[in-house]
Design a binder for this molecule. Structure first.
Ligand code: ATP
Ligand code: MG
Ligand code: MG
Ligand code: MG
Length: 541
């Protein structure tokens, strides 16, 4: 492509609301544009990277035998009623009505859709197993969209769903997907860890997250310094406390909330001299709660009943002592988890409208760096991560509620056993940018770079330079994806923008064009090699 003909609207100024490097650089280098909070356009350069990531994902998914399909983004409410999630999902699900006043949702996820598509088809063990996937736009009305593509309200996800006759077969597929995810993220050039996602159980193995390591990551990972053990620690700030309580468990206490509803549970602890209480609505099946990132605290203590009494704090009075929840507070997660609507100064208001399907634990453990790890090997260390993917063993949750059954070998009717597997495609793009940049701009790994080679004609008005640049462009376009900077801009601008865009290799055609000599620069290392055009082939490969 010729740069003079491409839409690459670079910005000199750093956009004010872009807090992290990847967001800043993707905007500044003209890869994305924001259209509304958490809603972005992928400009030509951004789309090229996105398509490369998608291609890697497709190749690895297809290699596992998964088949691609495409489901609608818009989904009828009836399906969500079947699983009960219409009521459970909460405000993150974007809802709308058609002209006949029928309810629809914009797909936040597609378990209902896929199950409805296969329920009459995968009706015999002979048709199993099967894995289907799509790459598609998802909608989640995130409370705090931020960090550019990392937490969008419209984003691109690869989601896959597998169907099995028995648990062993699901276990097998889960491992295949685990391996495929590992390949995907390796090929994208990410430094990542696969972590046990439900760290409450510390050792549970039915879901893993793939976490790209980054200091801006919202998740905290505890990993062993001498084994493969790694888990997502959801109470990040609590765990890093120097002092920790002498308790391993944070029991839930039954009580009423400030609205005097009964049957609620709450946990109560003290942080930064503030008492924090978190209420949880309990429903029939779920009897415990996951408390995530509850607070930012240097020190945390669990109060005994007596201590609680001594503080004079009455969790049932909304006007009692100030309770602060860090505003990165408890997160709303698919399928429920403790859902905090408001974090006003006085109290934490757990969404009063809904009973929540909560995935959860009773035993909130407090661990700190240097503790022995759970698998008996090495010591605990912490790192921050960006969740770029997650795989789950769903079991029969959706097939039972939606009556997706098959006949087994003995002619008995049984619910399909399911797995589901997500990758944040657009989030992966941002995660790569977050890991691969320097103060001058992006540094794309070859595998996902918008162009592999950037050729710059230093002075596009100089005929010799332009002729040579054109010649190299023609030649290398046959083998590589090449961007030719043929613009009549100042050299300084061209170099700066080239670093900003971050193609892996750059050929500069300048004054020595007359002698057939050019300069090759490796973006990542900064290494510069001057060579003749004839040597170039050899040097590039
Ligand atoms: P998070 O904990 O960050 O909110 P999640 O656990 O809710 O993510 P999943 O339901 O597991 O997300 O969805 C699968 C993948 O989709 C995630 O691993 C993540 O990479 C991506 N994803 C989820 N929410 C967003 C978002 N708001 N913007 C961009 N990508 C997202
Ligand atoms: Mg989420
Ligand atoms: Mg998550
Ligand atoms: Mg997840």
């Amino acid at each position: 492509m010729k740069q003079s003909q491409m839409l690459i609207p670079t910005l000199k100024e750093t956009p004010a609301d872009a807090e992290i490097a990847s967001h800043r650089l993707l905007l500044r280098a003209g890869f994305i544009r924001q259209n509304a909070s958490g809603i972005y356009s992928y400009l030509p350069l951004g789309l090229r990277v996105l398509q490369k990531i998608e291609k890697i994902i497709r190749e690895e998914m297809n290699r596992t035998g998964a088949q691609e399909l495409l489901m609608p983004a818009i989904q009828p409410a009836e399906l969500w009623h079947e699983t009960g999630r219409w009521d459970v999902y909460g405000p993150e699900l974007m809802r709308l009505k058609d002209r006949h006043n029928r309810d629809f949702a914009l797909g936040a996820t597609h378990e209902e859709l896929i199950t409805s598509n296969v329920r009459d088809e995968l009706n015999s063990y002979k048709k199993l197993p099967m894995t289907l996937y799509q790459i598609q736009t998802k909608y989640r009305d995130e409370k705090r969209p931020r960090f550019g593509l990392l937490r969008g309200r419209e984003f691109i996800m690869k989601d896959a769903y597998s169907f099995h006759a028995d648990q062993e077969d699901l276990d097998k597929q889960y491992q295949i997907m685990y391996d495929a995810y590992t390949k995907v993220f390796e090929r994208c050039g990410l430094e990542f860890r696969a972590v046990i996602a439900d760290s409450g159980a510390m050792g549970g193995k039915d879901t893993h997250e793939f976490q790209a390591l980054a200091s801006v990551g919202e998740d905290l990972i505890a990993y062993s310094d001498s084994s493969d053990y790694a888990a997502n620690i959801e109470m990040a700030e609590v765990i890093t406390a120097d002092e920790r309580p002498n308790v391993d468990m944070l029991p839930l206490t039954e009580g009423k909330d400030n609205g005097q509803r009964t049957g609620l549970k709450y946990v109560c602890f003290k942080a930064n001299e503030k008492l924090v209480v978190v209420y949880v609505r309990e429903d029939d099946e779920i009897n415990d709660v996951k408390v995530k990132n509850v607070l930012e605290a240097d020190m945390i203590e669990v109060l005994s009943d007596q201590e609680r009494a001594e503080t004079g704090f009455d969790p049932f009075q909304s006007d009692s002592e100030t309770i602060i929840l860090a505003d990165n507070g408890v997160k709303n997660v698919v399928n429920g988890t403790l859902h905090v609507e408001e974090t006003n100064k006085d109290y934490i208001n757990v969404n009063p409208e809904r009973d929540l399907g909560v995935s959860v634990y009773h035993d909130l453990r407090f661990i700190k760096e240097g503790d022995p790890s759970p698998d008996g090997k090495g010591r605990i260390k912490f790192a921050r991560g960006i969740e770029v993917g997650q795989i789950f063993k769903l079991g029969t949750k959706y097939s039972e509620s939606m009556n997706a059954v098959f006949l087994d070998e003995n002619g008995r009717s049984r619910p399909l056993i399911m797995g589901c597997y997500g990758i944040g495609v657009s989030r992966t793009l941002s995660a790569v940018a977050e890991q691969c940049h320097d103060e001058n701009g992006l540094i794309w790994p070859v595998s996902v770079a918008p162009f592999e080679l950037h050729i710059i004609a230093v002075n596009a008005k100089n005929e010799e330079q332009m002729t040579l640049a054109d010649r190299l462009y023609e030649k290398y376009s046959a083998r590589y994806e090449v961007l030719l900077d043929d613009r009549k801009e100042r050299a300084g601008v061209k170099f700066a923008e080239s670093d900003l865009i971050g193609c892996p290799l750059r050929i500069t055609v300048g004054k020595k064009a007359t002698d057939g000599v050019v300069e090759l620069k490796v973006r990542k290392t900064g290494e510069v090699i001057e060579c003749s055009v004839d040597e170039l082939d050899h040097v590039i490969s």
